[in-house]
Design a protein around this ligand. Sequence first.
Ligand code: 13P
Ligand code: SF4
Length: 379
Amino acid sequence: MAMSDLLLLGQGADLSSQRGVSCTGKLPEVSDPALVERAKIARASLGDRAIVLGHHYQRDEVIDFADITGDSFKLAQAAAAQSSAEYVIFCGVHFMAESADILTSKEQKVILPDLAAGCSMADMATANQVNECWKSLEEVGVAPKTIPVTYMNSSAAIKSFTGEHGGTICTSSNAEKTMRWALEQGEKILFLPDQHLGRNTAVLSLGLTLDDCVLWNPWKPMGGLTPQDIHKAKVILWRGHCSVHGRFTLDSVNEIRSRVQGVQVLVHPECQHDVVSAADVVGSTERIIQTVSNSPAGSKWAIGTELNLVSRLAKTNPDKEIFFLDKAVCYCSTMNRIDLPHLVWAMESLVANHVVNQIQVSDEVARFSKLALERMLAL
Ligand code: 13P
Ligand code: SF4
C-alpha cells in the first residue's frame, strides 16, 4: 500500500536530536503528554489577537494549529491581508517571517517560534556578495539593462537590493510571470539565489536555452565569468541551491518509472534541471497538493519535495499511491526546527504578554524590500 512504500523509502527518521536545541526559553519536554492540551489552551487564550501561519513543510503537530497553511506565496498574501491580529506566529523559516514583518503593519509583531529555523539556500547569497556582483555588472556595462529577480528564499537585505534596482521578488508559483515581466523591463535577468528555479523557469517555461544562462559564482572574481559571457547571457544565475531538493536525481526518476507502472513524477522546481525536465508535473508546494488532491483514485505519484509534505499527502490521499522520490530521508532540517514544544513556548509566552522571538526588519531595509514584494503581489 502507498504509505508503506513511502515509509520504505523514507524510513529511519530520528529527528529527536534536532528538537529544542536553540530555544532560549524553558521548553516543555517532547514527551509531555499534556503538550497538545497546553497548545489548545494557549491558542484559545490568544484568540483573535494571534494568527498562526504554517508552511506546508511543517510537521503535522504544528500544522494542526495553523489557521492558514500555504506555500510561500500564499503565506505572503495571507500576511499582507492580515491587519487585525496583534501577533503573526510564523511556522516556517526566517526569510518567510521577515517577509511577513515587511508586509504587516508596524503595530503587528511577527514571531518565529525557533530563531534557528533558517534556510541554507537563503544563506548562499549575502548582501556584500550581491553588491559586489552588481558592481561587476556596472563595470561590464550591463547593469542598466539588468533586472534582478530574487526568489523569496533570500534575506530582507537582498530583497531590498532587488527593490532598489528595479526588480521583483518571485516564488516558485510565479517565477515564470515575474521573469517575463523582468524581460519586458530590461534585457537581462540577475536571478538570485536559486540557480535551479532560475534555470528551470528560463528553459522550460520561457523557451530560453541553457546557453542563454550563465552561472555567477560569488566566490570567484567577476563570478568566474568573462565580460563576453556576461554580455551574451540573458539570465545570470546565482550559484545557490536547496540542499533538500538537490538530493533528487534522474536515476531515482528512472528507477521509479521502471518499477511502478503508470507512476507520474511530480517535483518542486528547486530540483536539478535534469530531474525537472524528466518530471510529468512541476510546481510549488501548493500546486503539488492541488495536483495530488485533484487526481483520480488509483493515481500513482512519485513526489520530489520535502518529506513532511509528502508523508501528509500519503495520509490525506489513502485512495492513491504516493511514493517519495528519494531512497533516504529528506526533511528540511531547518523547517523541522519548529516543533510543538517551540510553538507552545511561543504561544504561552504571548499569553503572558512576554514577546519572544520577534522578527523585525529595520525601516531602512523594509523600504525597498517592501517595494520588491509589492511588485510581486501586484503582478
Ligand atoms: P514553496 O514556495 O513552493 O512553498 O517553497 C518554499 C520552499 O522553501 C521550498 O523549498
Ligand atoms: Fe530552504 Fe530548501 Fe528548506 Fe526550502 S527546503 S527552506 S529552500 S533549505
